[in-house]
Design a protein around this ligand. Structure first.
Ligand code: 13P
Length: 251
């Protein structure tokens, strides 16, 4: 059995006071949800406060991005070992906003994945196609390319224990979520691709869905056999909405 994960990607949102308020609510509501893992991804500058507030709880945290490089003269970057100082469990790599707005190629994303793993973090690799790619039938080839860059660099063993998030770009922040069947199809495809190289790693890996997940659509998404939870953007900033999604994963 794969333990579901519900992760909140806060993106570039929040303030010290809103982080405190949000986590107080999530901590309260998370009691009784131990069958799933709840994770939050704050902006870097709030990691210390998140660590302070969540240490000793079952909720884990991670960074939204990580440098592919070892510490050194790289202004504005944050290296993977620094994230361990703040006891991050995860590092997100390859979020579509990083790929499209900040020019991260699949090769760079693979290097970030490797840097996170080398430091002892669990990488959470985001993959997904744009609307144009879906409409021309390129969803599978896009996912193969994004996954392939990591497999080439790290081999299938590098995926052991990692987490994948399938986030169709057209569903992110648009209110237009993939149907459970559309998401399931791609999740099963991803698992199948990994199974060609290692059946056990493919069977055990958690594949989260992301893109306009809300309290109102989480139950039907998480009911699909290859959807192991969600990576939540907008709805993760609202306590009740995020907890409703978490409860849906614990059903
Ligand atoms: P939304 O839930 O706001 O669509 O964002 C999804 C996402 O990008 C999570 O990483």
């Amino acid at each position: 059995m794969r333990r579901p994960i519900v992760a909140g990607n806060w993106k570039m949102n929040g303030s010290l006071s809103s982080v405190r308020e949000l986590l107080a609510g999530v901590k309260n509501g998370a009691a009784g949800l131990e069958s799933i893992q709840i994770a939050v991804f704050p902006p870097f500058v709030y990691l210390a406060e998140v660590e302070r507030l969540l240490t000793g709880t079952a909720i884990v945290w991670g960074a939204q991005n990580v440098s592919e490089r070892a510490p050194g003269a790289f202004t504005g970057e944050v290296a993977a070992p620094m994230l361990l100082d703040f006891h991050c469990t995860y590092a997100l790599v390859g979020h579509s906003e990083r790929r499209t707005l900040y020019g991260e190629t699949s090769a760079i994303v693979a290097q970030k994945f490797a840097a996170a793993r080398k430091a002892g973090l669990t990488p959470m690799l985001c993959v997904g196609e744009t609307l144009e790619e879906r409409e021309r039938g390129a969803t599978e080839s896009v996912v193969i390319e994004q996954l392939g860059a990591v497999l080439d660099l790290e081999s299938i063993q590098g995926l052991d224990g990692a987490v994948i998030a399938y986030e169709p770009v057209w569903a992110i922040g648009t209110g237009r979520t993939a149907t459970p069947e559309q998401a399931q199809e791609v999740h099963a495809f991803i698992r199948g691709q990994l199974a060609r190289q290692d059946a056990k790693i493919a069977q055990d890996i958690r594949i989260l869905y992301g893109g306009s997940v809300k309290g109102s659509n989480a139950v039907e998404l998480f009911a699909m056999p290859d959807i192991d939870g969600g990576l939540i953007g907008g709805a993760s900033l609202q306590v009740e909405e995020f907890l409703t999604i978490a409860r849906a994963a614990a059903l």
